[in-house]
Design a protein around this ligand. Structure first.
Ligand SMILES: Cc1cc2nc3c(=O)[nH]c(=O)nc-3n(C[C@H](O)[C@H](O)[C@H](O)COP(=O)(O)OP(=O)(O)OC[C@H]3O[C@@H](n4cnc5c(N)ncnc54)[C@H](O)[C@@H]3O)c2cc1C
Length: 327
């Protein structure tokens, strides 16, 4: 999303940007997402939810959000929700296909299956972080586009950039564990979000997660990632056997064991995006590297210690990066 937003904004400002997309289609993880673009109601809430983040960067994302959202709506995508149902947040939900199409139209020149340019300047890095690399290195499931393998972060480092945020932190979900077969179209539908209703144990039957998960449940996904095999069992009452989450897990070929009036659902941690990444200032300039900018999940330090909208960071920082690059 960040690259398309940057290009659309740069074109609006009179530049002639080119989007070089590694994948065989545009839209990245945005196209697979629930597509709720949101911010916390107050900046204080944002700080409290993501206490390890860079305050200046968070300020830029928060303050730039409302205008950026209005701009996104002005591009003509289908709006599915006029506001979020979550009282902590405000924003809009879009149809992801329609949003992708609108952004591609506004971006103009989008080249697919392209190489990352090594020497061009100005260059906005927006490769979506390193979810794929992180998942493979840690034996976890991928729950993102299949191309975000850390290329942007590597290029920035080659040019002398510093990193920011916690490189070991990710936003993710518990998903049906193998042998369940999960496709991209299942990433939202088969997420195992139980809102504290499930007791959680690891492969050794040990409780490892104290208390209910945070509202976004990404803390639980990360805790599962640190257990043997990156997997866990969710235990719920057997009378929930027709619950869509149980039915979906079973239909995907996942493991459901029923015994002693309980259902045990086998889940695995899945990585949507990494939260550490390139250090940028609040103008989305890569710190210490002239002519290089970064946006979206390539940037570290926006959500450190918690969770905030990855789509909002991509939208706002993409626009800011374009404005800085054009300047
Ligand atoms: C199932 C699911 C549900 C989600 N729901 C939400 C939600 O409701 N709200 C929310 O805020 N967030 C949500 N997210 C997260 C959100 O999609 C991401 O935070 C957001 O897309 C990040 O934007 P980005 O531009 O950094 O990365 P992406 O949108 O993934 O775009 C990165 C692009 O870079 C491309 N790329 C990678 N490497 C290279 C390279 N070397 N050269 C050129 N191109 C490259 C990729 O192919 C991709 O197109 C969800 C994600 C998923 C998967």
């Amino acid at each position: 999303m960040a690259g398309l937003c940057a290009a659309a904004r740069a074109r609006e400002l009179g530049a002639e940007p080119v989007v070089l997309e590694k994948g065989s289609r545009p839209g990245g993880s945005m196209l697979l997402s629930s597509c709720v673009v949101w911010r916390y109601q107050t900046f204080e809430d944002f700080r409290a939810e993501c206490p390890g983040g860079d305050e200046a960067l968070q300020r830029a994302v928060f303050d730039g959000f409302d205008e950026a959202l209005e701009w996104l709506v002005s591009l003509g995508p289908q709006v599915v929700w006029q506001d979020t149902p979550n009282p902590r947040t405000t924003g809009k939900r879009f149809d992801p296909r329609s949003l992708t199409d609108a952004l591609v139209r506004a971006a103009g020149d989008v080249q697919l299956e392209a190489e990352l340019p090594r020497h061009d300047s100005p260059l906005v890095l927006a490769t979506g972080g390193f979810s794929v690399r992180y998942a493979h290195e840690h034996g976890l499931l991928v729950r993102s586009n299949p191309w975000s393998d850390g290329d942007g972060v590597d290029l920035a480092r080659e040019r002398g950039a510093e990193l920011a945020g916690d490189l070991d932190e990710f936003y993710g979900r518990a998903m049906p564990a193998p042998p369940a077969r999960i496709g991209e179209e299942d990433y939202v539908r088969l997420s195992q979000l139980w809102d504290g209703e499930a007791r959680v144990v690891n492969e050794n039957g040990e409780d490892f997660f104290p208390g209910p998960p945070a509202w976004h449940e990404s803390d639980l996904a990360q805790a599962i990632a640190r257990q043997p095999g990156g997997t866990a069992w969710f235990i719920v009452p057997a009378d929930l056997r027709e619950d869509p989450r149980v039915v979906g897990l079973r239909a995907a070929g996942g493991t459901v064991v029923e015994e002693d009036g309980e259902l045990r659902l086998h889940v695995a941690a899945a990585v949507t995006h990494t939260q550490g990444g390139i250090a940028v200032d609040s103008a989305a300039r890569v710190k210490g590297v002239d002519g290089l900018f970064a946006a979206g999940a390539d940037v570290g330090g926006v959500s450190t210690g918690g969770y905030s909208s990855g789509l909002a960071a991509a939208l706002v920082l993409g626009r800011i990066a374009a404005e800085s690059a054009v300047r």
